[in-house]
Design a protein around this ligand. Structure first.
Ligand code: GRG
Length: 324
């Protein structure tokens, strides 16, 4: 897998190349900044479930991995414009360095490159990637519609994370399965796995934003609270749905709903950290993770399955240790 990921890196760099040198520079910026490459890893691991023995990823599985990572990157370019973020992947953000207009265009360029690669993998992959970009937009728009809204419901929260995160992880696995020409049931099981993992992944990401140290996050904890994005642990604490005898937290509710000064952010963080929402959200992530494991349960043993199952366990361990 290590050398497969190196092939992904090389193809990512090639894909960001434009005949306009300045665009190449902007479009390559975050590629050089690293990132965990979860989505290409899942695409290639899903494709690898076709084989009982370890072997190099096919060129199509690498290309599929590059396509999904380019969609992810394009969405990060746009997300940072929307958030006016200054840092991404420990680097100065694209918008901060070159301004919003250039960041939007470079993000579009990455999406265009992703679409071109997907088209080379066949109509089904191209259609799936296009639909997934649509899902990302829907999830992100729904999140935007409810920023600073203390009445955001759990249903709205799950619809948002389904669109903005889970759909791309599901598509990553499905594209791997499609390029490996796996049977329909096997392909659907991998898609279900990717969706469940993606949901758990965002739940964990939302917990980490609340429980991690500023150093571990590279930004102040409680960033989502500050941005008016009220995630599941906050909704549970605010609405008092954590335990049967929990009460709504009216102090938290009245603190939220608008911008927070430093003292208010720390007070809100304190209340969420000491309430039931963090534990409940980790438990929900665990349920999705279990659903991911069981989606893979009937598939033949292979290094690909071992890798995907290990990713689930790693995700849960990371959040348990951060929340301990
Ligand atoms: C233009 C495709 C497109 C979408 C527009 C802006 C937008 C709509 C959607 C944003 C979606 C978004 C940023 C979701 C967050 C997903 C998430 C958990 C990101 C962090 O992923 P990691 O941890 O990051 O895999 P690295 O840096 O490791 O790749």
């Amino acid at each position: 897998m290590a050398s497969d990921l190196q092939r992904v890196e090389a193809q990512l760099v090639d894909s960001a190349e434009s005949r306009e040198g300045f665009l190449t520079e902007i479009a390559s910026h975050l590629i050089a900044g690293g990132g965990k490459r979860v989505r290409p890893g899942f695409c290639m691991a899903a494709a690898a479930t076709a084989f009982v023995e370890d072997q190099p990823a096919s060129p199509e599985a690498v290309t599929g991995g590059v396509a999904v990572e380019l969609v992810h990157l394009g969405s990060l370019y746009h997300d940072d414009v929307m958030d006016e973020a200054e840092v991404r992947r420990t680097l100065e953000s694209v918008n901060s360095r070159w301004g919003n207009h250039r960041a939007i265009l470079a993000g579009d360029f990455l999406l265009a490159r992703a679409s071109e690669l997907a088209a080379g993998l066949g109509t089904e992959v191209a259609g799936l990637l296009a639909a997934t970009i649509g899902n990302l937009c829907e999830g992100q728009l729904l999140e935007l519609q409810y920023t600073y809204n203390t009445d955001r419901s759990e249903d709205v929260y799950f619809r948002s994370i389904n669109g903005k995160t889970a759909s791309l992880l599901a598509a990553s696995c499905r594209i791997g399965a499609l390029v490996a020409d796996l049977p329909a049931e096997h392909t659907d099981a991998l898609t279900t796995f990717g969706h469940a993992y993606g949901t758990a992944f965002q739940l964990v990401d939302d917990v980490l934003d609340l429980v991690s140290t500023d150093e571990a996050l590279g930004k102040p904890a409680g960033h989502d609270l500050e941005e008016g994005v009220y995630t599941l642990p906050v909704l549970i604490e605010m609405d008092g749905t954590g335990f049967p005898d929990s009460e709504p937290n009216n102090e938290l509710k009245s603190l939220l709903g608008g911008t927070l000064d430093e003292a208010a952010r720390l007070r809100a963080l304190d209340m969420v950290r000491s309430g039931a929402g963090i534990r409940q959200t980790i438990d929900r992530a665990r349920e999705f993770a279990e659903a991911g494991h069981s989606a893979l349960g009937d598939l033949p043993a292979s290094p690909g399955i071992v890798g995907l199952n290990a990713a689930v366990d790693y995700l849960l361990e990371s959040v348990e240790s951060a929340a301990a």
